[in-house]
Design a protein around this ligand. Sequence first.
Ligand code: SF4
Length: 297
Amino acid sequence: MKKELRSLVKEFAGVLANSEEDDFFIAAAKEENAAAVSSKQEVKPPQAAPAPAKSAESVLSAQNNAQTLKEDSSMPAPQTPKTKKINSNKEAELNALAEQILTCKKCPLGETRLNAVPGEGNADAKLMFIGEGPGFDEDHQGRPFIGRAGTLLTKMIEAMGLKREEVFIANMVKCHPMTDPSNPEKHGNDRAPSKEEIAYCRKYIEAQIALIQPEFIVALGGVAAKSLIKDADSLGALRNKVHTLELDNFDLEGKTKIVATYHPAALLRNPNWKKDAWADLQMVMKEMGLKSPQKPI
Ligand code: SF4
C-alpha cells in the first residue's frame, strides 16, 4: 500500500513539474507585457495579422489536386510544372484533400497507421505550424499535436496572442512513422519520417499550404525545417532567419515566409531551449504585427 502511495505521489509530482515547465511561454509573454506597461508603452489587445495579399490565380482546385496526387505513384515525387489556379472555396477544397489523405495508402506508412492525420485549423489562417509526423496520440485520435507536445504547442500559440483554432496545424507526413510498425499500441514507438516517406506525402502538405496561403509558417523541428527550406543543412543554421518559402509543385509568388524553431517534443526534453524558441516566435510576431496577450491565458 505504501509502495503504491509513493508511486502515486511521484507521478503527481511529475505532472506538476511538467505543468510548470509547459508554462514558460505564457510566463514569457506576461513578462514582456509587464515590461511594456512599466515603460508606459501602449499595449494593444491581441489582433489578427493583416490579411495577406491574395492573387486571383494562385491556388490549386481540389479536383486538380486529386489528379496530380493520383499521378504521383513513384518515389521520389516527380517534378511537375508549378500550378496556379483560382481558389473558389478553400474550406471545401481542404476538406476534399483531407478525405483523400484519410484513405491514402501511397506509402508503407498507410498500411500500419491507425488513423491518417490530415491536419486541422482555420482555412484562412495567416499562420501555419508544421511538424514532422503524427505520434502515438495523434495516430490514435486522428488529430495533430495532441498529448504533452500538443499542449505545449497550444501554449506557444496562445503566448503569441492567438488561439489554436485561428491557425492551421499539420505535419510533413500524415501517417505515424513507427520503429516497430507491427505494434501501433506500443508507446515510445515513434521515429522521424524518412526522406522517401516525406517525398511520397509531400504533395499533400504542399497542396494544404497552397490552398491556405498563410502569411507565415513555423516549421517545428529539423525534419520539417530541412524539408521545407531548400538550402537547409541543420536546424541551427535555419533558426533566427526569415526565409521565403518555395514549393516544388505550387507557385506561392514569394508571399509566404517561413521560420524554423524547435519541435515542442524537443522543448519538453530540453527546457533550456524554450527561450530560443520564444525568440523565434517573437520574430514571427514582429513580422506579422502580433502582440502578446494582456490578460493571463
Ligand atoms: S504517409 Fe502520406 S503518402 Fe504515406 S500513406 Fe500516409 S497520407 Fe499517404
